[in-house]
Design a binder for this molecule. Structure first.
Ligand code: NAD
Ligand code: UFG
Length: 340
């Protein structure tokens, strides 16, 4: 079936995807600079699957080292997760984000080109839709670079354009742009999960650290949005469903489709208050919270129309909110300090 190169494979979504790829029978190589992860995640994936992972601690900005990785194996497909992803940090350090996320991707594409690797799956984001003009978001919804609310999001949209231009020039290339909504939860084993550095920026890791007693209370960023209960609404998707979507995208690229773009979400939006209630039920812990002002750049509501992925990949999310919270809590309570 060909070996898959996974960049950023030691990270949250990458590690879950490595597990699903191995279970589907693929051989994999991971490159990661471990700037936001640890190799422990991959060791656990190996233990869970009983299969080996070839690992290289390489930074995508080091073109020479990257080239060496391509020299050592023949890759059928590359899945490209490696990126910096903290929205606030990207506002403070935009050059670091453009260099890591855009230049890193260009280096990767150049290595692929030199070594004749033609299939690429890219981690894009619902953030490319900016402020939604209508919901649910389809792949045809507008993506305007000046409406994307932060530099991180702009790196995602810029890379989409880089990859489309590349494929136009080299039609033998196949590219899947996967626009994730809000990945949450963890593998059912409770052995791998999300392990953010420092205070979490995202809702679910914050809530689970409150539940486990690492943080005192949640700040709810605004209760005056035009949503049913006034809090922000998002399309949370179980990370294992997301990982399975990547396996199907790898298979899709073997049909030589050129560029394909898919929303990966459930199609259902939940509010911050609904998340708090669901997590309290899953964990049996109370989640104290206070209402804070809105967070800059946040939209009221964002959820997907995932029907194209169903039609063309045969993919749909089948793990609901309860399962996301139960699995996320199993990971957090078994590993209160993450991989440390
Ligand atoms: P993560 O930080 O856990 O994983 C990213 C991995 O890439 C890390 O292991 C990090 O060490 C590595 N990395 C970063 N820069 C690198 C470089 N220059 N060279 C080599 N390795 C590098 O993040 P994640 O949540 O697993 O996200 C994976 C991808 O999905 C990212 O591209 C992210 O932008 C995208 N995405 C994430 C979300 C989300 O909410 N988690 C939503 C939409 C899109
Ligand atoms: N929220 C809080 N308190 C917190 C954190 C979040 O109330 O401490 C609220 C936010 O205001 C928002 C919702 O919870 O209404 C979800 O916020 P997240 O930060 O978890 O997720 P976002 O939708 O803001 O952004 C995430 C990723 C982006 C990605 C986007 C795709 O951080 O990288 O999903 O939709 F682009």
């Amino acid at each position: 079936m060909g070996r898959v190169l996974v960049t950023g494979g030691a990270g949250y979504i990458g590690s879950h995807t490595c597990l699903e790829l191995l279970n589907a029978g693929f051989e994999i190589t991971v490159v990661d600079n471990l700037s936001n992860s640890t190799q422990e995640s991959l060791q656990r994936v190996s233990t869970l699957t009983g299969k080996e992972i070839a690992f290289f601690k390489v930074d995508l900005l080091d073109a020479e080292a990257l080239d060496t990785v391509f020299s050592r194996s023949d890759f059928g497909t590359v899945i490209h997760f490696a990126a910096l992803k903290a929205v606030g940090e990207s506002v403070a350090q935009p050059l670091q984000y453009y260099q890591n996320n855009v230049t890193g991707t260009v280096n990767l594409c150049q290595a692929m080109q030199r070594h004749g690797v033609t299939n690429l799956v890219f981690s894009s984001s619902a953030t490319v839709y900016g402020i939604p003009k209508s919901l649910p978001l389809t792949e045809q919804s507008e993506t305007l670079i000046h409406e994307v609310t932060n530099p991180y999001g702009r790196t995602k949209l810029m890379v989409e354009f880089v990859l489309k231009d590349w494929q136009r020039a080299f039609p033998a290339m196949n590219v899947a742009l996967l626009r994730y909504f809000n990945p949450v939860g963890a593998h059912v084993s409770g052995r791998i999960g999300e392990d953010p550095n420092g205070i979490p920026n995202n809702l679910l890791p914050y809530v689970s650290q409150v539940a486990v007693g690492r943080l005192e209370k949640l700040g709810v960023f605004g209760d005056d949005y035009e949503t049913a209960d006034g809090t922000g609404v998002r399309d949370y998707i179980h990370v294992v469903d997301l990982a399975v979507g990547h396996v199907l995208a790898v298979k899709k690229l073997s049909e030589n489709p050129g560029v394909v773009t898919y929303n990966l979400g459930t199609g259902i939006g939940y509010s911050v208050f609904q998340i708090i209630a669901a997590f309290e039920e899953a964990s049996g812990q109370r989640i104290p919270f206070e209402i804070l002002p809105r967070r800059a750049g946040d939209v009221a509501a964002c959820f997907a129309d995932p029907s194209l992925a169903k039609l063309e990949l045969g993919w749909s999310a089948n793990r609901g909110l309860q399962e996301m919270c139960i699995d996320g809590w199993r990971w957090q309570s078994n590993n209160p300090n993450g991989y440390a």
